[in-house]
Design a protein around this ligand. Structure first.
Ligand SMILES: *Cc1c(COP(=O)(O)O)cnc(C)c1O
Length: 397
């Protein structure tokens, strides 16, 4: 939708004070760009003198690269990580001066596209290294790349055997400028897990075999493990967007996202009446039910559903929690509001899914998943509202 069309729309009072929203929004995703920029700065300060990059893959974890990337750059981020070539193309346009690393590396046949974009592939295997190297002789300058080495995650990355082979064939890197050697942790969200130290020591032991260039091991949780894990550059994504996998760890970030939807109807059930598809929830008392304009098509996990006797997802009305009951359907969610007696809930009211009462982690946990998945599945149907969009407000400092 064009900006002019949005601007012309009548606005109404939103889910919280000071927030106005288009009158016809069934739900809103509120993204605080000021908080995003200041989260990056807090992490930068925490890891200095290491560099703090920003992981902006998956459309800034679902929150909008169009708005998120300029906010992060205005805050001071210089190195950005995306997953795919298409993401690199979009991010390059938004951040002409940033270093853009592509975590998927070199998909066969994408050399020219990456060169044209001016993105740096994170190479994870010898075939990728040689394919990238073959593009080099036609260029004046050595070609920039990063190397991903596996230290125990067994996802992407050069294996120990490939690293040995590379060490004996260093000419493979002759025409390449290796900007970064990186690896990724498997269990950083469990600080006591022995795998963290194991991977740290494997990563260190590989250094003599590799070019001596800046190193990077930690993402959001990894950087919380302490300075041993920072090396020269850290790669947080989730924490920038307000994610804190450990409530009790001292992660210096603030929430960035709030999600609200509107009540379409309030109805009363007699004991014995069922709610929703497959009649999984049956009222055992006179039950007041709010029908809310949010469903799995908006990004609400179907695992928030709760049959009688089960606990599923929760929402909040003005700070008061209420349980989702019955099945989450495509466009609708049903909530038991019987126990909220001290104020009236009515058609048109706002319901919180993520906000001051329900954290991103809670929203994930109550569906048996993680906040990352909740963020990246938020759909475009809810209106996006960006606060602090004026980049000048997100200054260096
Ligand atoms: C996604 C990703 C990150 C960022 O992880 P967060 O947990 O969101 O901070 C960093 N490095 C790699 C290799 C990734 O795939």
């Amino acid at each position: 939708m064009s900006e002019a069309a949005t601007a012309a729309k009548p606005m109404i009072a939103g889910p919280r004070e000071g927030l106005v929203v288009p009158y016809d929004a069934s739900g809103v995703v509120v993204v605080d760009l000021q908080a995003l920029g200041s989260n990056w700065q807090s992490l930068r300060d925490k890891v200095a003198p290491a560099e703090c990059a920003a992981v902006v893959k998956a459309d800034c974890y679902g929150l909008g690269a169009q708005q998120g990337v300029p906010a992060l750059c205005a805050a001071g981020a210089r190195s950005l990580f995306v997953a795919t070539v298409q993401e690199a193309r979009q991010v390059r346009e938004l951040a002409p001066d940033a270093e853009v690393y592509v975590l998927d590396g070199l998909l066969p046949g994408t050399v020219n596209e990456l060169l044209e974009i001016g993105a740096v592939p994170v190479l994870s295997s010898l075939p990728e290294i040689s394919e990238w190297g073959q593009a080099a002789p036609s260029r004046k300058e050595p070609l920039a790349c990063a190397l991903h080495v596996d230290s125990g995650l067994n996802r992407l990355g050069l294996s120990a055997r490939e690293i040995q082979e590379l060490a004996h064939n260093m000419h493979l890197l002759d025409r390449l400028e290796v900007k970064l050697v990186m690896s990724h942790l498997a269990c950083a969200d469990e600080p006591e897990h022995p795998k963290n130290e194991q991977q740290l020591s494997v990563f260190r032991s590989l250094q003599p075999l590799l070019p001596s260039v800046p190193l990077s091991l930690a993402a959001s949780d990894g950087l919380m493990l302490g300075p041993d894990y920072h090396f020269d550059l850290v790669r947080p994504g989730y924490a920038l967007y307000g994610g804190q996998t450990h409530a009790n760890r001292d992660c210096p970030v603030k929430p960035v996202v709030e999600v609200y939807a509107r009540v379409l109807q309030v109805r009363e059930l007699a004991p014995g009446q069922s709610v929703g598809y497959s009649a999984t929830f049956v009222a055992d008392r006179i039950t007041k039910l709010a029908v809310v304009a949010a469903g799995y098509a908006d990004g609400g996990p179907r695992h928030w559903s709760a049959a009688s006797g089960e606990t599923g997802g929760q929402v909040a009305f003005a700070g008061r929690l209420a349980p989702i009951v019955g099945r989450v359907s495509m466009d609708l969610i049903t909530v038991d509001i019987t126990d909220i007696e001290d104020f009236e809930i009515a058609r048109g009211d706002w319901v919180e899914f993520i906000g001051p009462t329900i954290t991103l982690e809670d929203a994930g946990a109550s569906a048996g998943t993680i906040g990352y998945e909740i963020l990246t599945r938020l759909s475009p149907r809810f209106e996006r509202i960006y606060l602090g969009a004026d980049a000048s407000g997100v200054g260096e400092g």
